[in-house]
Design a protein around this ligand. Structure first.
Ligand code: FHN
Length: 660
């Protein structure tokens, strides 16, 4: 249940007004201010608080529905006599971590630092009476690790914030809200504590969290951001107060990074942030090292978490993994620290690439069995190629559009072996052209645009999807299609193909014929079911609890919050023949059928997520069916449409009909 609630928590984070992609503070000092952080690439996250006493991780006060008065007693048991700040920082440094972010105050509101703003803090409220942030900030200065702090806006203990469900014997706190007239009091409390954190410990980063609580706005985030800028012009602030310097995806690696933004992925080593005595599901060193490489190859930082015990010990399985990462970084760190994203737009089949101005680093996960590492699209022969492990020089030869690096039969490192390529200046990388068209289907004819990411080179193409050769036609403008065609395109320098091949299939279709049905009235028919599912069931075999007519694809009135399903049937009246995009958004799962075709499959439990489907439809009424199920947590359902002379909008009620 804890996990589920945690997921809800995370889901509520997903569902909370998502923190928008930042409009990067492009102030003149931005690059300078971020320089140490973007160079660092790898940091330690530490979730440590009185929640380590019950040892059910940091959400225990909420997930265990622990009344404040009972939870406060854990402070009296918090006496981490084995805590050694120097040892923690040495573990971070030997792991190759260049900065450390520790929870100064998590959602539970307990302050792990010396603060005058409340007695609910580690110095005043525990038998230990010590300030761990003072010791850690000093140790960080001593060992050359940048000290940073996490601070939760949501505060389950604050007298200014009310619980989601204040049931005194079984409270649920998340998400809190500001009590009437108390927001400014809390903002003052926050500013007092942020000033203490900055003046007492001089952190490099303020890592906000918990901004999804009700009543917190982007304007509040901007106010706090401006306040911090005044306190310390060099301070870096993450995006979770609503305004900040970098993005913070969590427990995932964005497939293409976050272009145009600095970003940092934070992850646990097991499944929990705070210490959970029952969580032994630790990631392998291979996963952790490859995560670091993957993240840096996409231009991000890796903030990897440890959850110390109530006695002040970082669990050994976490220390062991960090040691393994440090050993790898001592050999290969030059490929990580100060490196940036791969210049290759295509996924490298054998691993990743990181880059510095006149260097490329190939991080090889899958070592070639034939001793030849092929690289497509590298347009400059390196002046030198070496294995970072052992510094062995490697021979590189050009093979048509590809480069081939001759490598030893065995990799120096089974997890990830790194090859450094040096160039005179920045190397040329030829990425395959982009084949652009709004849809992959068309009815009569279609004009396709092919764009080269590299200026001044020729693009040639085929219509059977194969790699083009020098005899193939050159792209001189849009390409007209009137039959199903599989376009293949690549870049050429003279007669030589210098890039990989992009391919895209365009299918000529006939619009689905409308139904001959008549005698329809507005609205869809719906059937409401109850049950516990983890995906959309077969409603045709069930007896509905309720049924009726509804004006649009939305949750029927009176639905329970959890464990229910709805089936909507009727017709969609298409005003003009054409190609239509349908956008189905739901929490949890949903599917859209037009006629007998499944157009959108957005099934399984998830937060509010949109999926798109495309179909050609003839003018007239088409049978439509939407299936939906809700497991637990938040729920939502909506259907948008885009078509000829129609921008994306909520499907108009008047388009939805059903038999009288
Ligand atoms: O709710 C917190 C969670 O406890 C943890 O602190 C993570 C770390 O980024 N942040 C929130 C969940 O997204």
């Amino acid at each position: 249940m804890k996990k589920l609630l945690y997921l809800i928590a995370a889901a509520s984070l997903i569902l909370a007004p998502a923190v928008p992609c930042l409009s990067k503070d492009k102030g003149p000092n931005y690059e300078k201010r971020m320089a140490w952080w973007t160079k660092a690439r790898f940091g330690m996250f530490i979730h440590w608080g009185i929640y380590s006493v019950p040892a059910h991780a940091e959400w225990y006060m909420n997930n265990g529905h622990v009344p404040r008065s009972k939870y406060e007693l854990y402070a009296k048991e918090f006496d981490p006599t084995d805590f050694n700040a120097d040892e923690w920082v040495r573990i971070a440094r030997e792991a190759g971590m260049k900065y450390l972010v520790i929870t100064s105050k998590h959602h539970d509101g307990f302050c792990m630092f010396n603060t005058k703003a409340t007695k609910y803090n580690v110095v005043d409220a525990t038998p230990w009476h010590k300030d761990p942030l003072k010791a850690l900030s000093a140790a960080c200065r001593k060992y050359g690790v940048r000290f940073c702090v996490y601070y939760s806006i949501m505060d389950w203990h604050s007298p200014d914030q009310g619980a989601y469900d204040p049931n005194p014997s079984h409270p649920t706190y998340n998400p809190t809200h500001f009590k009437p007239g108390k927001k400014q009091d809390y903002m003052k409390y926050m500013e007092t504590q942020l000033k203490e954190l900055i003046t007492q410990y001089h952190p490099g980063v303020i890592w906000f969290d918990g901004g999804w609580m009700n009543g917190w706005t982007k304007r509040d985030g901007q106010e706090i951001y401006n306040y911090l800028r005044k306190l310390d012009p060099r301070i870096i602030v993450n995006n979770r107060a609503g305004v900040g310097d970098y993005e913070t995806p969590e427990q995932e690696i964005p497939p293409n990074g976050i272009p145009g933004h600095d970003w940092e992925t934070c992850m646990t080593i097991n499944n929990d942030w705070g210490y959970d005595a029952a969580d032994h599901d630790f990631k392998s060193p291979e996963t952790l090292i490859r995560n670091l490489v993957d993240i840096v190859s996409k231009g991000g930082n890796y903030l990897l978490n440890v959850g110390p015990t109530s006695k002040g010990i970082i669990p050994k399985p976490e220390v062991d993994r960090l040691k393994a990462m440090g050993e790898w970084l001592r050999v290969n760190g030059n490929a990580i620290y100060g490196s940036g994203a791969s210049p290759f737009a295509i996924k490298l089949p054998w691993g990743r690439c990181t880059s510095k101005r006149d260097k490329l680093f190939f991080e090889v996960f899958r070592w070639p069995t034939n001793g030849k590492l092929e690289v497509k699209g590298l347009g400059t022969l390196p002046t030198r190629a070496i294995l970072l492990a052992g510094k062995k020089r490697l021979r590189v030869e050009s093979n048509g559009p590809d480069m081939v690096i001759n490598v030893p039969s065995e990799p120096p490192d089974r997890i990830c072996s790194v090859i450094e390529l040096d160039f005179n200046g920045e190397p040329v990388v030829y990425n395959p052209p982009q084949i652009e068209s709004e849809y992959g289907i068309f009815m009569d004819s279609l004009f396709v645009t092919i764009k080269s990411p590299t200026p001044g080179v020729i693009v040639r193409y085929t219509t059977d999807g194969n790699p083009p050769n020098a005899e193939c036609p050159e792209v001189t403008g849009q390409i007209p299609l009137n039959i199903t065609t599989d376009i293949g395109a690549a870049l050429f320098e003279g007669d030589k193909r210098v890039s990989g091949t992009s391919s895209r299939l365009f299918i000529k279709v006939n619009p689905l014929p409308p139904s001959t049905v008549s005698n329809l009235q507005s609205g869809l028919l719906y059937k409401y079911f109850t049950g516990v599912w983890d995906s959309i069931p077969d409603f045709s075999e069930m007896a509905p609890k309720l049924s009726g007519r509804i004006s649009n694809v939305s949750l029927p009135p009176g639905n329970s919050k959890e464990h229910f399903g709805v089936e909507y049937t009727g017709y969609i009246k298409i005003p003009a023949t054409g190609i239509y995009s349908f956008y189905l958004t739901s929490d949890d799962g949903s599917k859209l059928y037009v006629g007998d075709s499944l157009i959108v499959d957005n099934d399984y439990p998830h937060g509010a997520t949109e999926k798109e489907g495309v179909v050609a439809l003839g003018q007239g009424a088409h049978p439509v069916r939407v299936e939906y199920f809700q497991a637990t947590g938040d729920d939502s359902l909506s259907l948008f449409i885009k078509g000829p002379a129609l921008n994306k909008e909520l499907i108009p009620d008047m388009w939805l009909l059903s038999p009288k």
